[in-house]
Design a protein. Structure first.
Length: 408
């Protein structure tokens, strides 16, 4: 009996040691992977893959332009599939490469899982940080609507090679950030996409710019001077812009989704942090409102509805700060495998042949050709840095700061 007990003890001890060894192995492997991800050359290779894939997709989109003259419906169907070959890299970069955790919440009464991939909707998104737009891409991909994603964005973004040019081919509405120009541009551009053949998720941030303390103080001063509610966690929204967009799209958008993002304690999400594989946790809560229930007969009535919505957003963010979650059940939106498949294909097509070619050049001593390839990689790195700076709060524009009253 003693021998049996000793044998069982040795078996338990060996199992325990094996499990600790396995855990230690996985921990070491993860540490090595993070170390590798943060090497400049690895980031340069992955960034070059993203930029080059975008340029290839741009070329394919350019080739599809004659189809626009023959059939806009066919052109749009083709492009919703082409852009997925580029845009799906973003969910992969955020969730797989950087290890971001993105959770979605919604009250069961909104029945979001039934509606969200079956209808076009206008999404009202808060804009507190740098990467809400990319987290939105991740969630839209999970519900299978990434090809139909739209955003009302600043005009300068469409000039960025790769990603920005895809926005141009996909007919994204853009803003000059000047109400005298935008009050006519917005309805005209929205009318152009009314007959889009696939359900659209049109994202719009009425705040118009990223949250900074300086802009928040201007927002508070503006609200107090007009006798309006003072928000604690958001900038005061652009009520005129919201009313303009809603009136232009109300006959093709049956619902308005309120999407409120909040961050859990930890590193602040940023493009450079994501490239360095610094994981973050982002939560968002969905609410659904019927467009027919939102007043659009006047700017004043639409403005009151939006201001009330932002007061509720403020309460939701405050609740998240206190409790670390939102007051609703978590939605089951599993990640899709397709972004990883697309990235694997791009790496196989772009990076592996380049590495083989470079090895042959080194072997044959073709240093001039190697120099040209290095310059191409540096150019890709420049484009990536440009995109990163465009999303950083620290380099945000002064929009909403110099002319807060004029633009509200």
């Amino acid at each position: 009996r003693v021998i049996e007990l000793e044998g069982e003890g040795l078996a338990i001890l060996s199992t325990h040691m094996a499990s600790r060894s396995c855990a230690s192995y996985h921990s070491s492997a993860r540490e090595f992977l993070v170390w590798l991800q943060r090497r400049r050359v690895v980031m340069l290779v992955m960034g070059s893959c993203f930029v080059l894939s975008g340029l290839i997709v741009n070329c394919l989109q350019l080739c599809s332009l004659p189809l626009y003259l023959l059939s806009r419906t066919a052109y749009r169907h083709v492009n919703t599939r082409l852009v997925y070959l580029h845009w799906s890299v973003l969910p992969w970069a955020m969730e797989t490469w950087a290890g971001y955790t993105i959770r979605a919440y919604a009250d069961p009464k909104y029945n979001m899982l039934k509606h969200c991939n079956m209808e076009s909707a206008l999404c009202v998104i808060n804009h507190r940080g740098d990467l809400e737009w990319m987290a939105g891409f991740c969630l839209i991909d999970r519900i299978g609507m990434l090809g139909g994603a739209k955003a009302i964005m600043k005009d300068v973004a469409k000039y960025i090679p790769g990603l920005g040019w895809t926005f141009l081919f996909m007919e994204y509405p853009t803003l000059k950030r000047n109400w005298k120009l935008d009050k006519d541009r917005i309805p005209a551009q929205c009318c152009q996409i009314k007959d889009y053949p696939v359900p659209m998720m049109i994202c719009f941030s009425p705040e118009g710019t990223r949250f900074t303390q300086e802009k928040y103080e201007k927002s508070v001063s503006f609200a107090k001077s007009r006798g309006l509610p003072v928000l604690k966690h958001h900038l005061f929204p652009h009520t005129r812009g919201f009313s303009c967009v809603l009136r232009a799209m109300k006959d093709v958008v049956p619902a308005v989704y309120d999407v409120t993002f909040a961050y859990r304690p930890g590193p602040e999400p940023s493009v450079m942090g994501m490239l360095n594989a610094v994981p973050c946790e982002i939560d968002c809560i969905f609410r659904r409102f019927l467009t027919a229930d939102i007043p659009t007969d006047s700017d004043e009535s639409s403005a009151k509805w939006l201001i009330k919505l932002y007061q509720e957003k403020d309460d939701l963010v405050a609740y998240h700060m206190r409790h670390g979650t939102f007051p609703a059940p978590e939605l089951h939106l599993p990640k899709r495998v397709w972004p990883s498949v697309v990235v694997a294909v791009w790496l196989t097509i772009l990076i592996v042949p380049v590495l083989v070619f470079c090895w042959q050049l080194i072997w044959n001593g073709a240093w001039l050709t190697l120099l040209l390839i290095a310059l191409l990689l540096l150019a890709c790195d420049r484009v990536l840095q440009m995109m990163a700076r465009l999303t950083e709060t620290a380099s945000a524009s002064r929009y909403g700061l110099d002319d807060f009253k004029k633009n509200r």
